[in-house]
Design a protein around this ligand. Structure first.
Ligand code: ADP
Ligand code: MG
Length: 687
């Protein structure tokens, strides 16, 4: 049988039924899967120190044969596993405190690689942070150099076994991988050719070589993904004849004149980009991404007015009643001078009110409509919907967003989000959307000072809050609740609210959390908005986008339990008025101090989003899977932005010349996508 990438791993020497099963758990079913099973890290032993030359206080990597092993208890009852290593230069003791079970893994005769700090304990002693068994007793030391790939492993299959399997077959597998790119593309991007890349990933001479190989694989996955997105965009544009609005400069110009403030430069640019989209013959499909408080609503209002001055209706959907009310109030205020009144449709209205609103929407008397999910109910018909704006778009499901859009005949679509994501991620997640960023903050806002404090400061913090409330201002106290369905977790937040009500007897303390009924939660939030509740205890589910300019303190309990992006969202709730605001992170976790400290030193949401991404890593990004069903395996968002952009450019050029990848030289691309992407076949169907 001739070996092909699609051949089952079962046919490889050294893979029996048991191993095949273990490999399948890692997603390895074919020999191609095995070839593309890249190490998740490397141990660099190119700079090993001879055992005799290891010094106390150093970090060292060493290689030696295990001479003796044993488990010894310390005086404090901790059991320490010890192994003495030997090389040509001499001996060195290694110690693993608290890991007596290693006795079953590390045996005399083995060749061991260890890295870690060296301390003094009756002599020099290395405390390995990591170790790798390079060879068992009697086995030859591994060839292929001293940079050791470490593979994702699974139960019943160690990374050493995987490494052995890959090394054993690598020479036979490498020729099977045919490079889909012409050499000049790889050269232009600055990545190695495919065979060399795979060899470098599995058998690197240096860590740099391995990294170059990884970058090539990352480029390929970006490239495939961008091909799919370029194709989707191409198809969508063809099917996207839209409304061609005309800039009449009636309502839009009047709004500009009547605005109580100057638009920021970013807002002006955003309005320009949106206007260009809306006046073009294609449908707009744009994401407006801006940190909390950057003023997205008024930008959306310009778009809405452009639709309205063209005799279309414009609708804005928000995820909560409170937000919809807030938008309606903002629009009412800004549109008053223009003689326009927005229509509000939310569940809380009486049946008669809702009926009347629905009639005005269906008849066309309502021209700007603001609402919640109530807008997408079947009973709602629009007279002539020309623009759909979706606020906090990530709070809606795909179908809900589609349901609003389908209320019109190919209306333009503007999505708003206050969750900034790095441009790299935006390109991969929203590759079929155009993206506008608002970074600049409107002037005249009070600053937000961020501080990190521990339990010892609690009294002082309370006194500070008391002072702010006494001066007529308000405070948020956020309590982390991991699982809202966990009674114990909620109880902590509830108890906290009760305690605070005692501490702040002269003020009113409210509590909101995810298990409250929507009406109850909205009632408390309204009371807070109206300054009838002074201190609001909330779990992390606190309303997005809520604008209470009078709140000046954000106290976050157990700040270490929040991601940086989440902390930033919470901090965005204050600093909305002219008064100086304070965000206080309360944390007693020393491990988290560094990252929390870093957070206190920046207010740039995009920068925080990047830090957050680095912190969580790519693999855990739930969203990454949205990008066509194929998770990214090799890419590293912290470093690969230029690669992504190169991939996007190259893919865009190819799709522009050959939209269906019908040319023979593009056959390898087609093949990869049709097999790897769920919708690939559909997208690249010929004809
Ligand atoms: P977000 O982007 O978080 O949705 P909003 O649209 O709610 O922000 O705006 C926050 C506040 O800033 C609102 O009170 C709004 O009226 C105000 N605002 C928006 N743009 C400007 C500006 N250019 N100058 C001053 N205030 C502004
Ligand atoms: Mg908003």
């Amino acid at each position: 049988m001739t070996l092909q990438l699609a051949t089952s791993v079962k046919y490889l020497k050294g893979v029996g039924p048991k191993r095949a099963e273990a490999l399948a758990r890692l997603g390895i079913r074919t020999v191609g899967d095995l070839l593309y099973h890249a190490p998740h890290r490397y141990l660099d032993a190119t700079t090993v120190t001879p055992l005799a030359r290891v010094r106390v206080g150093q970090e060292a990597s060493c290689v030696g044969h295990v001479v003796t092993t044993g488990v010894l208890p310390t005086r404090r009852g901790l059991r320490v596993f010890r192994a003495v290593l030997k090389d040509d230069s001499g001996l060195l003791e290694c110690a693993w405190p608290g890991q007596p079970f290693l006795e079953r893994q590390i045996k005399p005769g083995q060749l061991l690689l260890v890295t870690g700090p060296v301390r003094y304990y009756h002599g020099r002693q290395l405390v390995p942070r990591e170790f790798v068994v390079l060879a068992d007793q009697g086995e030859a030391a591994p060839d292929g150099g001293l940079v050791l790939p470490v593979y994702p492993a699974t139960e019943g299959l160690t990374h050493r076994q995987i490494r052995g399997l890959i090394q054993q077959h690598l020479d036979a597998l490498l020729p099977l991988a045919r490079d889909p790119h012409p050499p000049r593309l790889s050269a232009a991007v600055g990545v190695p050719e495919l065979g060399a890349a795979l060899a470098a990933v599995h058998r690197p001479r240096t860590v740099e070589e391995a990294e170059a190989g990884r970058r090539r694989l990352a480029f390929d996955e970006f490239f495939d993904q961008q091909l799919v997105q370029a194709r989707a965009r191409h198809l969508a544009k063809r099917a996207r004849a839209g409304i061609r609005f005309v800039l009449k400069k009636e309502l839009t110009t009047r709004l500009k004149q009547q605005l109580p403030f100057e638009l920021t430069g970013d807002q002006r640019r955003a309005v320009r980009e949106i206007t260009t989209d809306m006046t073009a013959p294609l449908r707009m499909h744009r994401l407006l991404m801006g940190d909390v408080g950057t003023g997205k609503t008024v930008v959306a209002l310009f778009a809405m007015l452009l639709a309205v001055e063209n005799d279309y209706q414009a609708a804005m959907m928000a995820p909560t009643e409170l937000l919809a009310e807030q938008h309606s109030a903002t629009l009412t205020r800004l549109l008053g001078p223009l003689g326009l009144v927005p229509e509000l449709l939310i569940g809380r209205l009486t049946a008669a009110e809702k009926n009347a609103a629905r009639e005005r929407i269906a008849g066309g008397a309502a021209r700007l409509i603001v609402g919640t999910h109530a807008l997408i109910q079947e009973s709602v018909r629009f007279h002539r919907l020309g623009l759909a704006v979706i606020d906090e778009q990530h709070r809606f499901g795909v179908e809900q967003r589609a349901a609003l859009v389908e209320k019109g005949d190919a209306p333009d679509v503007l999505l708003l989000t206050a969750t900034p994501i790095p441009r790299s991620l935006a390109l991969t997640l929203y590759g079929d959307l155009d993206v506008t960023e608002l970074r600049e903050r409107p002037p005249g806002r009070g600053t937000v000072k961020t501080a990190l404090r521990d339990e010892a400061a609690r009294r002082k913090i309370y006194e500070f809050i008391r002072g702010e409330c006494a001066a007529g201002r308000q405070a948020y106290v956020i309590y982390p609740v991991i699982d809202e369905s966990e009674r114990a977790d909620l109880k902590a937040a509830t108890t906290m609210a009760e305690d605070l009500q005692e501490v702040f007897a002269e003020f009113s303390v409210g509590l909101v959390h995810g298990r409250l009924k929507a009406e109850e939660r909205d009632a408390t939030m309204r009371a807070f908005r109206d300054n009838a509740v002074h201190i609001l205890v909330a779990t992390s589910v606190i309303e997005v986008g809520i604008d209470v300019a009078n709140a000046t303190v954000m106290l976050i309990e157990h700040a270490e339990r929040f991601g940086l992006a989440q902390l930033h969202q919470l901090r965005g709730r204050v600093g909305r008025g002219a008064a100086a605001s304070h965000c206080i992170l309360l944390s007693n976790a020393p491990d988290a101090a560094a990252r929390l400290k870093a957070f206190t030193q920046t207010t740039d949401g995009f920068k925080i989003a990047e830090l957050d991404l680095q912190e969580r890593g790519m693999g855990e990004l739930a969203g990454a899977r949205q990008s066509g069903g194929v998770p990214l395996r090799y890419a590293n968002f912290a470093t690969d932005l230029p690669l992504l952009e190169a991939a996007r450019r190259a893919a865009g050029e190819i799709i522009a010349r050959d939209p269906a990848l019908a040319r023979p030289e593009h056959a390898p691309y087609r093949e990869r996508i049709v097999t790897r992407y769920e919708r690939g076949f559909e997208l690249f169907r010929v004809g």
